[in-house]
Design a protein around this ligand. Structure first.
Ligand code: GLN
Length: 494
């Protein structure tokens, strides 16, 4: 699959016809068995691409002046269905929002358009971002492009699968990550995904699941493309009070990992359930970093009890969700069934029919955790654990430039294997959720493939299942993480 940088250069010079590129991608999407998209933006995207080509042909010099600086000129981008797009259905993969067409764009979508990107459509995901496999979608699961019998990870499964070179259904994609939803599918699909520092990317227009944890971020087939997309997304936005502009904080001049100190926290590798092949892949990656000149060292984070972090995450996430999802009542937008009766009956019926099982489970759990009498026992306690987790990361990231861990404890599992046992899905998030509790940035990039695939996948690399490496950095140090990721990627053939 062509990279975003190649598309921008090609469209600018006229070597690539934007319309043809977009057309070819839609052909692949329409033939695909992966179910990456919920809604396509085909007519508008093709018209936009045609316009782009026309503008360039009409007056090349003017064109260069106007468009020469656009960072994503002509790049086809897929957008997760949790992010509002003006005029394009946005469902969050829920029945309750079927037919909902937002009257405005999320800040990140405005940024994409301003930089010349072409919006391909809205990608499949776990309903309201709640899940680790994209199986809770009302629109059916997405499949893993490396093995159609397996999950792509979640909740941004459609976005990750689409940018996988094995699928080729988008050049770049947006995901959102509350507890791993960008990094998990990146790991399972063998692509690059970045969860930015909390506050770096505006959440205006993101349908909220757990506000204090989530961030929108890039998914791409390679590190440079992810960095390019992050640059576009990290704009100052007054409409999100937690948004933080950074510019000066990053030193982008340096290259490579020479002299970088990388800590490898034992807790992430020795927890129960980490598969031997994942452990081996991470140690091999650490060795590669050493060969590239980094100083790597095993470390213990004694105050980071992963089991407690996982429990705290789930209590905080469901508590915030139970409050956030109260707004979906079908009265102003979304699903409206049957005839109106008294408010309580109508409200209960619409929510009963509109929400899926996992979403209901979490609303009930969250309401319980916040109720008088239990608030102190669960929610407040979880906030205390959160502070411990945050402090422990801060201490470790003073000593080390980066921490390296497995993104997921294992490779992509089979469709249907875990969905009936929610707890087994929650446990899969053990390495990703502490990062959201601490608000630090983290990248997942492919480091190896395992031979465990069934060999029935689509396209290149079929039969091999990717393994993701997670690189965690200090607040606002995404460029350091990306720099390490790029050095690793350049030294690795998968
Ligand atoms: N799997 C986690 C959850 O269900 C994380 C999901 C996410 O990051 N949106 O909460």
């Amino acid at each position: 699959m062509i990279t975003a940088t190649e598309v921008v250069a090609g469209v600018k010079s006229g070597n690539i016809s934007c319309e043809e590129l977009v057309w070819r991608i839609y052909e692949r999407i329409e033939r695909s068995e992966l179910n990456c998209f919920i809604t396509l933006n085909k007519a508008a995207a093709l018209a936009e691409a045609r316009e782009e080509d026309k503008r360039r042909r009409k007056n090349e010099r003017e064109y260069e002046k106007e468009n020469g600086r656009k960072k994503l000129l002509g790049v086809p981008v897929a957008v997760k269905d949790s992010i509002s797009t003006q005029g394009i259905q946005t469902t969050c993969a829920s029945k309750i929002l079927t037919g909902y067409v937002p009257p405005y764009d999320a800040t990140v979508v405005e940024a994409l358009k301003r930089e010349g990107a072409i919006i391909l459509g809205k990608t499949n995901m776990d309903e309201f971002c709640m899940g680790t496999s994209t199986e809770t979608s009302f629109y059916g699961p997405t499949k893993n492009p490396h093995d159609l019998s397996r999950v792509p990870g979640g909740s941004s499964g459609g976005s990750a699968a689409a940018v996988s070179p094995a699928a080729g259904e988008a050049v770049l994609a947006l995901g959102s990550d509350t507890g791993g939803s960008i990094r998990c599918p990146a790991s399972f699909c063998g692509v690059v995904g970045l969860k930015p520092t909390y506050g770096l990317v505006s959440r205006y227009g993101l349908i909220a699941y757990a506000n204090s944890l989530e961030q929108i971020g890039p998914l791409a087939s390679n590190v440079s493309d992810a960095a390019l997309l992050l640059e576009v997304l990290a704009v100052k936005d007054e409409r999100d009070s937690t948004n933080f502009s950074l510019e000066k904080k990053n030193n982008r001049e340096k290259e490579g990992v020479k002299g970088m100190k990388i800590g490898v926290p034992r807790e992430f590798l020795e927890g129960e359930g980490v598969s031997p092949e994942v452990k081996k892949a991470v140690w091999n990656a650490v060795q590669r970093f050493e060969e590239l000149g980094a100083e790597c060292e095993e470390v213990s984070l004694p105050n980071l009890n992963l089991k407690h972090a996982l429990a705290a995450y789930y209590i905080i996430a469901v508590s915030e969700a139970s409050s956030n999802l109260a707004r979906f009542d079908g009265l102003r937008y979304g699903l409206r069934t049957g005839k109106d009766e008294d408010w309580h009956t109508t409200f209960s019926r619409i929510r009963g029919e509109g929400f899926g099982e996992e979403v209901k489970r979490r609303i009930i759990l969250g309401t319980y955790a916040l109720s008088a009498g239990y608030y102190g026992k669960y929610y407040l306690k979880a906030l205390k654990v959160r502070t411990l987790v945050k402090n422990e990361f801060e201490v470790a990231l003073k000593r080390y430039d980066l921490l390296a861990t497995p993104t997921m404890p294992f490779v992509a599992f089979r469709l249907g294997e875990r969905i009936k046992d929610p707890l087994s899905l929650y446990l899969a998030d053990v390495n990703t959720v502490p990062v959201n509790l601490a608000g630090v940035p983290s990248l997942s990039l492919p480091c190896e493939s395992s031979g465990a695939g069934a060999g029935v996948g689509a396209g290149a690399g079929a039969g091999k299942l990717p393994i993701g490496l997670q690189l965690v950095g200090g607040h606002f140090e995404e460029w350091k993480i990306l720099r390490a990721g790029l050095a690793f990627e350049q030294a690795t053939t998968l």
